[in-house]
Design a protein around this ligand. Structure first.
Ligand code: ARG
Length: 590
């Protein structure tokens, strides 16, 4: 916000655009040096003057009611008029425009996220796709994109031949139906298949035969396949409910089975499809990539073929202008190949598809492999996190109402934030005890800070003699929390607030951080990087807690209290929204 003021006032005096100026501006680490600074080194060459002289001349020319511009050597420092800025900011946060910078302009974005495989465990890796995808989905919508998310279920492929074989030989339908997590039963069948197939290779032929039957619509095969989808979805949907994740479309890979011939036909027509050892491929030599295999020598299609058909569907039937794929970094080559094939088919695909990769997630140093059955089920991880959260609540605040719901929100919030705070492309080593502490850089720390802001606002509304401060409706204090839905607004008397307090050593850094929200949110959206928002919320919570420990909000004159409550309200709104955008429940009470 203030960087925009600075850029606006500089623009008429410099041979640069506003955007260029904005990118040059720096934020001095120490308030004493000013609030924002223009280093003049880069200008010296074009303006044929020394940076010192440029800074001095600008300082003499620029005048603005809300800040002072002063030269300090080669820098032009802007020092804000704190009370004017505080007032402007606290008015701005009351308008939707502050919270929802429109950078999307209604552009249609289709987001491929979560996309677990049927009859396989929903592991911790799919958690990353689910939660990073969910945050990107919510954030893009917030900043003005027209978004749709798709769960591209892995419900097709030769592994279903193996699953059917194992199921018919060793499966017990009663066990599976009775199990509260059928994917666990399926996993042991899958593991057994691989163990047995080592000694009895003929099982592989049996599996191939079952997949062939499935492809040709055999009744038994199709029924078993449907059952596996139904049972797996029961389990996945339980997880999505707990995580607060919803989908606009759930379309498995099998949905594209009847849409692949058209793609292959088009590739043939454009002369891109070539034979290679009996298989059909599209060569990508000019990109230095291995050829993209699309039809195997036995005539069957593969994952990449389905992804081509999927992309066409998302563009043609879903009107997607931009297609995002939130999928682990280990599939980078696959997406590069698919995207290049699309571009070769039709130049208008250029830049339309983006792979949003993320790193591996390990649990206390352990990697996981489905084949050997060493898998951490997300459900078990969530349950353990909630158990631990329950113990912490029991120790800290045994009288909290509805502890179960609070523990659920905190345990899950801890896991989700423990994921999202990391730069997404990095590998994450996850430790439950670390993500669950209330003091560290954690989800519970943010939830606790939000509950604190909420409690101050509740107290202010209740304190006698403060009618002027009373809310026109208290927020929903449900301990189950919400995902950023606006609590009822407090009607605080802005005009009676004492904005002189903006100068307070603990209020000022907090106000400045709040002012950064729209820029941080935009950055998060532009880079598809939820960790930017996550880390910003931590910074804000830390500044708020310093403010809280040094400034007694509910003391002092009425106009002083009014100002402080406005600050608390802004922080509270910001934390609730920010947590909601990350898919984490905000709790009114903790
Ligand atoms: N089901 C795949 C997996 O678990 C992820 C699918 C990602 N989406 C896509 N369009 N290929 O590895």
């Amino acid at each position: 916000m203030f960087n925009v003021w600075a850029a606006d006032s500089l623009a008429p005096h410099l041979p640069l655009t506003k955007e260029e100026i904005l990118s040059l501006l720096e934020y001095p680490p120490n308030d004493e040096l000013g609030d924002v600074a223009l280093p003049c080194f880069a200008l010296a060459k074009t303006m044929k003057q020394s940076p010192q002289l440029i800074a001095r001349q600008l300082a003499d020319t620029i005048s603005h009611p809300s800040f002072l511009a002063e030269a300090a050597g080669p820098y032009l420092n802007f020092r804000l008029n704190r009370s004017a800025f505080g007032e402007e900011l606290l008015r701005a946060v009351r308008a939707d425009a502050f919270w929802r910078p429109n950078i999307g302009g209604g552009k249609r974005v289709i987001i491929d996220m979560s996309s677990p495989n049927i009859a396989k465990p929903f592991g911790i890796g799919h958690l990353r796709s689910t939660m990073i995808g969910n945050a990107i989905y919510r954030i893009l919508r917030e900043v003005g994109y027209d978004t749709a998310n798709v769960n591209h279920l892995g419900d097709w492929g030769t592994q279903f031949g193996k699953m059917i074989t194992a199921y018919l030989r060793w499966g017990n339908p009663a066990d599976i139906q009775a199990s509260d997590n059928a994917t666990k039963e399926y996993l042991s069948l899958y593991v057994k298949f691989h163990e047995e197939a080592e000694r009895h290779p003929e099982l592989e032929d049996e599996a191939r035969e079952w997949f062939r039957k499935l492809e040709t619509g055999d009744k038994v095969a199709t029924e078993l396949w449907r059952e596996m989808i139904g049972e797996s979805l029961k389990q996945f949907n339980k997880l999505y409910d707990r995580l607060g994740v919803t989908f606009d479309h759930v379309l498995g890979e099998s949905f594209y089975n009847d849409k692949m011939d058209a793609v292959i036909e088009e590739l043939r027509r454009t002369g891109l499809l070539e034979e290679s050892d009996g298989a059909m491929v599209v060569r990508l030599d000019e990109f230095g990539k291995p050829p993209c295999l699309l039809v195997k020598s036995n005539g069957t299609s593969i994952y990449a073929t389905r992804d081509l058909a999927t992309a066409l569907y998302r563009r043609n039937e879903m009107d997607g202008s931009l297609l995002l794929y939130v999928v682990g970094g280990e599939q980078s080559l696959h997406f590069q190949q698919v995207f290049r094939v699309l571009e070769k088919m039709d130049g208008s695909w250029e830049g339309r598809c983006k792979h949003i990769p993320f790193g591996l997630m390990m649990m206390e140093g352990q990697k996981m492999s489905t084949r050997r059955g060493k898998v951490l089920f997300l459900e078990d991880v969530l349950n353990e996190a909630v158990e631990q959260a329950k113990r912490i609540i029991e120790a800290k605040n045994p009288s909290l109402r509805d502890k179960e719901a609070a523990a659920e929100a905190i345990g899950i919030g801890a896991v989700v934030f423990g994921d999202l705070k990391n730069t997404r492309t990095l590998d994450v080593d996850f430790s439950l005890s670390e993500v669950l502490t209330f003091e560290g850089e954690t989800g519970p720390y943010l939830q606790y800070t939000y509950a604190r802001t909420s409690s101050i606002l509740r107290k202010a509304a209740m304190s006698p003699g403060s009618e002027a401060l009373s809310p026109n409706g208290a927020p929903d204090a449900s301990p189950a929390g919400n995902f950023g839905a606006a609590a009822a607004p407090y009607a605080l008397p802005l005009r009676d607030a004492d904005f002189g307090l903006a100068d307070n050593a603990y209020a000022w850094p907090l106000l400045k951080l709040v002012a950064f929200y729209p820029a941080r949110l935009s950055q998060t959206a532009e880079r598809y990087e939820p960790s930017i928002l996550a880390r910003y919320l931590l910074e804000l919570a830390q500044a708020f807690n310093r403010f809280y420990h040094h400034v007694k909000v509910l003391e002092g004159s009425e106009s002083e209290q009014a100002f402080k409550l406005e600050v608390v309200k802004a922080v509270s709104d910001l934390l609730r929204k920010g947590l909601g955008l990350l898919g984490i429940r905000a709790l009114e009470e903790l």
